[in-house]
Design a protein around this ligand. Structure first.
Ligand SMILES: C[S@@+](CC[C@H](N)C(=O)[O-])C[C@H]1O[C@@H](n2cnc3c(N)ncnc32)[C@H](O)[C@@H]1O
Length: 269
């Protein structure tokens, strides 16, 4: 693996934990898959490609007549995949392991914000079929007052105070969409696929960040990372009255999509 291209935020260290911490209910995963196929107007034999497929918790529900292929950088995440899926290990910041013009749908859930957006836009257009394709990004939206949202906001603020600009998910997804629009892609209506209530404690956020190599989607020196996590711990203790208090909030899984029009794929330009 070329370290120049690797994402700083590797998931190997927390692969086993990932589904327990951030796993989505099976009903939600199935609903996401159904919508991705519907939005992408995928027909029999069409290829759906997933970027940063992780453990395959969503990808496992894509079934014939569509075809599915996913890839992820983390061998640890791929090893956790319990079903036989077409998953390969590859770095999405380098050339994707796909030929030009093969994908009807390019799907990614909670992963694209970790990548280099200009490169992703280029690859989306390169692998899109020339008859028109769809890029669909999924993410969990949280109430701004939820523990997870407040912890993430504070973590990004602390990163900024220490001189680092974290990659906030929504901002990165917006940037990718802008780059694709510049090349002629067109917005589709966002779709809220599922809504559920979840319990979260400040410690869960801290523990999940401790399991990552970076912080906020970027490389941060170990000493700075430890310092930020210490600061966050004190802040959370005061703010939430302890680290183990659990609070309930609503989460929504949202799909945002763009149509890559006919003949605009890179192979056609
Ligand atoms: C938050 S997880 C999301 C997993 C899954 N898509 C989901 O929604 O459950 C982010 C995933 O992106 C993968 N990832 C991060 N950087 C990557 C890269 N440069 N190339 C491919 N995958 C990457 C991680 O290994 C991890 O599996």
């Amino acid at each position: 693996m070329n370290p120049k291209h690797a994402s700083p935020e590797l998931f190997d260290g927390q692969a086993g934990l990932f589904e327990r911490r951030a796993g989505l209910p099976e009903t939600v995963c199935r609903a996401i898959v159904k919508k991705v196929v519907e939005i992408g107007e995928a027909k029999s034999g069409d290829l759906i490609v997933e970027i940063g497929s992780g453990t395959g918790q969503i990808g496992q529900w894509f079934e014939a007549p569509v075809r599915y292929a996913g890839f992820d950088l983390s061998a640890g995440m791929l090893k956790e995949c319990s079903r036989r899926l077409d998953l390969v290990q590859a770095d999405a910041n380098t050339s994707w392991p796909l030929a030009d013009g093969v994908a009807r749908v390019i799907f990614s859930s909670r992963a694209v914000h970790l990548l280099q957006q200009e490169h992703v836009a280029h690859e989306v257009f390169r692998v899109s079929v020339s008859t028109g394709a769809t890029l669909t990004l999924g993410r969990v939206e949280r109430e701004p007052e939820s523990v997870r949202a407040r912890m993430a906001k504070e973590m990004n603020e602390r990163l900024r105070l220490h001189g680092f600009a974290g990659r906030r998910g929504e901002r990165q997804n917006r940037k990718l969409f802008e780059l694709c629009r510049d090349r002629g892609a067109v917005d589709l209506e966002p779709v809220a696929v599922a809504q559920w209530r979840s319990l979260a404690s400040p410690r869960q956020s801290l523990d999940s960040w401790r399991g990552l190599a970076g912080l906020g989607g970027i490389a941060v020196p170990a000493a700075t990372r430890a310092e930020i996590l210490r600061e966050l711990e004190s802040w959370a203790e005061a703010e939430f009255g302890g680290l183990d208090q659990e609070f309930e909030s609503e989460e929504t899984y949202v799909l945002k999509s763009l149509r890559v029009p006919k003949n605009l794929s890179d192979s056609e330009q």
